[in-house]
Unconditional design. Structure first.
Length: 343
């Protein structure tokens, strides 16, 4: 089978492309940035997802499209969220349909659920995005769905929880650095509600089950072993032997302060982070368990592994420092740098 992975140099797209290659598939990736560690057996196509003619050319002869191009919350991209995550997704789906692609696998986001009224979240839980990134991801998913339905193209939608794993930096690089230095780890409110992550390898296992099932549908993916955000952080600190402590900040005052700092471009935290990370948020994993999937990593295990990888590689030459993928490179702390000094 011939596969095209859009956004194939990013954190997730890169994993999908390599997993497909391991299975003996013919793989091409489309991205605006070429990963220097890309296996030579994976074909690279330099193109912007908004360039319809380039996307159309890339779709020629493809059997399955894996659509992963997206601007993530850390980029704080404003209107570009719509241009890339919505219009770009629509272009990818339309050109795939025109090229006679058999299946389209769309990487969505748990952000489309916003702040759920109750958990666990199922595929039937109403979508109600709480911020601009989530609204864009939902609009992109709906655009792709409409194109697929009109064209009779099989569509699989993957909605993952926050992802951890080797090489995952972004906002977690700040957390790990603070713990390494024994700083206070501040959370909004008590942080005692259930809070779920997913390991990249477990996500890839679920992804391949969805691919092999050849059955259109929506797949929510997260670990089935988790506690609260507070407990997960406390367990990580215990694993590291750090002197860090987890302490709570008042919800309303903190969120309003972070909104102001965000508008002033002084904080790396995006609305998706400060509007949702203090709330219970977890998926019902029974549908995937019924298909034979089983998470290998709990919250505690994936956080510990990701931290250990960060420590082991923090002094390595950063080959991804110029990456177009925010999840594969460190993030500037902004005003949090000064908060860290006094924590």
């Amino acid at each position: 089978m011939r596969h095209l992975v859009t956004g194939g140099s990013g954190f997730l797209g890169n994993l999908i492309a390599r997993r497909l290659l391991e299975r003996g598939e013919q793989v091409s990736v489309l991205d605006i940035w070429e990963d220097p560690t890309r296996p030579t057996d994976i074909n690279f196509i330099h193109a912007d997802i908004r360039d319809r003619s380039a996307v159309a050319k890339a779709m020629s002869g493809i059997d399955i499209v894996h659509h992963n191009v997206a601007l993530v919350p850390l980029t704080k991209s404003g209107q570009k969220f719509w241009e890339v995550n919505v219009d770009g997704s629509r272009i990818a789906a339309e050109e795939a349909a025109k090229a006679g692609v058999n299946s389209f696998i769309h990487m969505s986001s748990s952000a489309i659920y916003g702040i759920p009224e109750s958990c666990p979240i199922t595929a039937q839980t109403p979508t109600n995005p709480a911020e601009i990134y989530g609204r864009g991801k939902l609009a992109g998913e709906l655009a792709v769905r409409q194109v697929a339905e009109n064209a009779g193209m099989k569509l699989v939608v993957i909605r993952p929880r926050t992802i951890l794993g080797h090489g995952r930096l972004g906002i977690f690089q700040i957390l790990f650095k603070w713990i390494e230095e024994g700083r206070t780890i501040w959370i909004i409110g008590p942080g005692t509600g259930g809070f779920q992550f997913v390991h990249a390898n477990d996500l890839m296992d679920a992804y391949m089950i969805a691919l092999d099932s050849n059955h259109p549908g929506v797949y929510n993916v997260g670990t089935d072993r988790f506690t609260s955000l507070r407990k997960s952080l406390e367990n990580l600190i215990s694993h590291t032997g750090s002197k860090s402590k987890v302490k709570s900040l008042p919800q309303s005052l903190t969120i309003n302060s972070l909104k102001i700092l965000d508008k002033l471009h002084l904080s790396p935290l995006a609305p998706w982070h400060y509007l949702t990370y203090h709330k219970p948020f977890f998926f019902d994993m029974q549908p995937l368990l019924d298909l034979g999937w089983k998470a290998k990593y709990s919250n505690d295990e994936m956080l510990a592994e990701s931290y250990d990888w960060f420590i082991a590689h923090k002094n390595d030459p950063d080959s991804a420092s110029d990456s177009a993928s925010p999840h594969r490179k460190p993030v500037a702390e902004g005003i949090l740098k000064w908060v860290r000094k006094f924590s």
